[in-house]
Design a protein around this ligand. Structure first.
Ligand code: UDP
Length: 484
């Protein structure tokens, strides 16, 4: 009976918009199917953000504030999430999340007293492994929600827990969970992981927290069974836990920049973008964006602009100040080749969008042919859901592993370069754009594969008479597991 309350689920995302947003989407997803009461717990400013986000849709979740004072953790006043924090402070934010354990215990205790039993399930972020210990002490189950794909989750988890690159002198390394002959490359490690020796502040946080999360009773992954067969097979073998593939949890409409911590303005008006795209031929435009919190180096930005001009292709580029400057600050002309912006504007070849663009609407437009992306998992899912092949330029987190899978397993991407540390030329940029946007040869193949994946994604989330897609079945299975 969908109208009868089935129990209480408590959710705890990590303190970053990129985590809170998929948690909200998951809450909405669960609520559309079942009558659970859902409480989301987080620090006061994040709760304030969630409150404003849910006021614009009909999600009926309860919110619980966990007291938190950023200055007690060596953070600037009122900083409770990764956005706008300089890189040097991010590790402190991770470590500060450990202080939430005591107030979280009090919350679970209060719910337990009020309802006569503990919540039926606590869903926690993969980075907040301590939640697992709280759940155990109350005799309730803990489920981990990894906002990444299966392959990326496994690579990131295994590399953190094992630090395999410390054990070899070679540039290539193997990490547990992957086949014997499978290799990653040192350049696929983000700089904090490259430097991790087990005793630094990043390791001190990540290694135990991820290990605790590996002890929960199952993982929910924002992915689709049919699109990541290898990643899912390996992750299931490695964790020996149920993995529910309930994705893709996509935004319904593009978030405004201000809602995503990217400055006050929403970037460019949606209408202006669509009008510009409407004038373009089908499958002719390259879309470029590095997600909500990354940017490239000044020299890379120059090379990208040169390569774009030389390629002669049409493009939309969501652009931010380069590394070393406030990425939400004002843009300076000197960061681009002289006269670049006027030339592309006058010829209508390119649309420069400052700070933030309506990504979902761009990717679903018939004129969009390819996406030059940092391979953040949400961007990957949004691109593939629309059958758009990818030019990979991973910058941080698990993005390099996503790129590796897109190239090697899915055949829908070519990698241009990795990280902000490389030197690239306009010529290299032009070459890759031409390969991926070619209507014949490899470009055509990648487009066809991306279209096939889009079909799998659609089918996974559709119900057709008796036949339910895999993501819907996974959600049913998750619900019956926590009710059992
Ligand atoms: N996004 C957007 N406009 C932009 C940049 C990003 O709408 O100009 C959205 C994008 O659609 C995606 C999210 O922000 O949903 C970025 O998430 P992702 O996992 O790709 O990368 P992250 O920002 O976490 O690095």
């Amino acid at each position: 009976d969908a109208t009868k309350n089935k129990g209480h689920i408590v959710m705890v995302p990590f303190m970053a918009k990129g985590h809170i947003i998929p948690f909200l989407a998951l809450a909405r997803h669960i609520q559309q199917r079942t009558a659970f009461t859902i409480t989301i717990a987080n620090t006061p400013l994040n709760i304030q953000y969630i409150r404003s986000a849910i006021s614009t849709n009909d999600t009926d979740v309860h919110l619980a504030e966990l007291p938190f004072n950023s200055t007690q953790h060596g953070l600037p006043p009122n900083t409770e999430s990764t956005e706008r924090l300089p890189f040097t402070h991010i590790a402190k934010l991770f470590l500060s999340s450990l202080s939430l354990e005591a107030p979280f215990r009090s919350l679970i205790s209060k719910i337990t007293q009020e309802e006569g039993h503990p919540p039926i399930c606590i869903i926690s972020d993969v980075f907040l492994g301590w939640v697992n210990n709280v759940a155990k002490s109350f005799g309730t189950r803990n489920i981990t929600f990894s906002t990444c794909g299966a392959y990326g989750s496994l690579a990131y988890t295994s590399i953190w827990v094992n630090l395999p690159h410390r054990k070899t002198d070679s540039d290539e390394f193997w990490t547990p969970g992957f086949p014997e002959n499978y290799r990653f490359h040192r350049t696929q490690l983000h700089r904090y992981l490259k430097a991790a020796d087990g005793n630094d502040e990043w390791s001190t946080f990540f290694r135990p927290q991820i290990a605790f999360s590996m002890e929960s009773e199952g993982w929910i992954c924002n992915t689709v069974e049919e699109i990541e067969p290898l990643g899912l097979l390996l992750l299931r073998n490695y964790l020996q836990l149920p993995i529910w593939t309930i994705g893709p949890l996509l935004q319904q409409v593009s978030l405004k920049g201000s809602e995503h911590g990217a400055g006050k303005e929403p970037g460019i008006a949606l209408d202006a973008c669509i009008e510009w795209l409407d004038l373009k031929e089908e499958s002719s435009v390259l879309y470029i964006s590095f997600g909500s919190q990354n940017t490239i180096s000044a020299s890379q930005m120059m090379a990208l602009a040169e390569g774009l001009e030389e390629s002669g292709k049409s493009f939309i580029w969501v652009i931010r100040p380069p590394v070393g400057f406030d990425i939400n600050g004002e843009f300076r002309e000197e960061w681009l080749p002289q006269g670049f912006e006027e030339r592309v504007r006058d010829s209508k070849r390119g649309l420069m969008v400052h700070k933030w663009g309506p990504q979902l609407e761009i990717l679903s437009h018939r004129a969009t042919r390819a996406f030059l992306s940092h391979c953040g998992w949400n961007s990957v899912l949004e691109s593939l859901s629309n059958g758009v092949p990818i030019i990979g330029w991973p910058l941080a987190a698990e993005q390099a592993y996503n790129a590796k899978m897109l190239v090697e397993e899915m055949g829908v991407a070519v990698e241009l370069t990795r990280t902000v540390e490389t030197v690239i030329s306009g010529e290299e940029v032009k070459k890759v754009i031409e390969i991926v946007m070619d209507q014949e040869g490899k470009g055509k193949e990648m487009k066809e594969k991306a279209n096939e994946i889009a079909v799998h994604i659609r089918e996974a989330t559709t119900e057709n008479g008796e036949v339910k897609g895999s993501s819907l079945r996974a959600m049913d299975d998750f619900v019956s597991t926590i009710l059992s």
